[in-house]
Design a protein around this ligand. Structure first.
Ligand SMILES: [Fe+2]
Length: 202
């Protein structure tokens, strides 16, 4: 058959193995654990575990700065702009997460942001804890013929990314996502970011 399958309107998800992550994580981990001891943190989409306040840049030193710069560069590399407008200037809200066994995140989006980003400082040994990305076309995909699928059109309803130390993931902030319960020994440590664009005047 000569019919061609084209994919339009994709959802960009960027998966990046950060160079020199081992050294970066060796610096970040003790700073995050130290802050965890000092501060009771925030309770948002996380169930169990600890989420820092948004003051990460104040206590994360040069390692935190390197991580911010890397995320900013990845966001810029994957963001286009109209020729009559300047490239985006990013403002980044950044925080740390320390999960213990059984912790998870409810499905949520990051309103008021352009990109969402997560970086794994220590993925930890254990089961579960996958980052789940939910198909933004739900529930439309299931309304008429729930048993049918568009063939060869990518993941169905949801897809999972397996955390790994040193991995950075960026995706549109409007994309619904959640984190499966993680069961393991010790801590799973990650850093999350809201990468916001300064809005240009029309
Ligand atoms: Fe999130």
């Amino acid at each position: 058959m000569s019919a061609k399958l084209l994919h339009f309107f994709p959802t960009p998800v960027i998966v990046d193995e950060v160079g020199d992550a081992e050294a970066l994580n060796r610096e970040l981990e003790p700073l995050i654990l130290e802050q965890h001891k000092r501060d009771s943190g925030l309770k948002l989409s996380n169930r169990g575990g600890w989420q820092s306040k948004r003051d990460f840049p104040r206590w994360s030193g040069t390692a935190g700065r390197r991580l911010l710069d890397h995320a900013s560069a990845v966001a810029s590399a994957h963001t286009g702009h109209r020729p009559d407008r300047p490239p985006p200037q990013w403002t980044i809200d950044i925080w740390a997460n320390v999960n213990t066994s059984g912790a998870f995140n409810m499905p949520h989006v990051h309103g008021g942001s352009y990109w969402s980003c997560v970086y794994y400082v220590r993925a930890g040994e254990g089961e579960g804890g996958q980052l789940v990305l939910h198909d933004p076309r739900m529930p439309a995909l299931r309304m008429h013929a729930p048993g049918l699928r568009f063939r060869d059109s990518g993941p169905d309803v949801r897809t999972e990314i397996e955390p790994k130390s040193g991995l950075m993931v960026l995706f549109p902030a409007w994309l619904l996502h959640s984190v499966e319960p993680w069961f393991g020994e010790g801590n799973r440590i990650s850093v999350a970011m809201n990468i916001r664009a300064a809005l240009a005047r029309r």
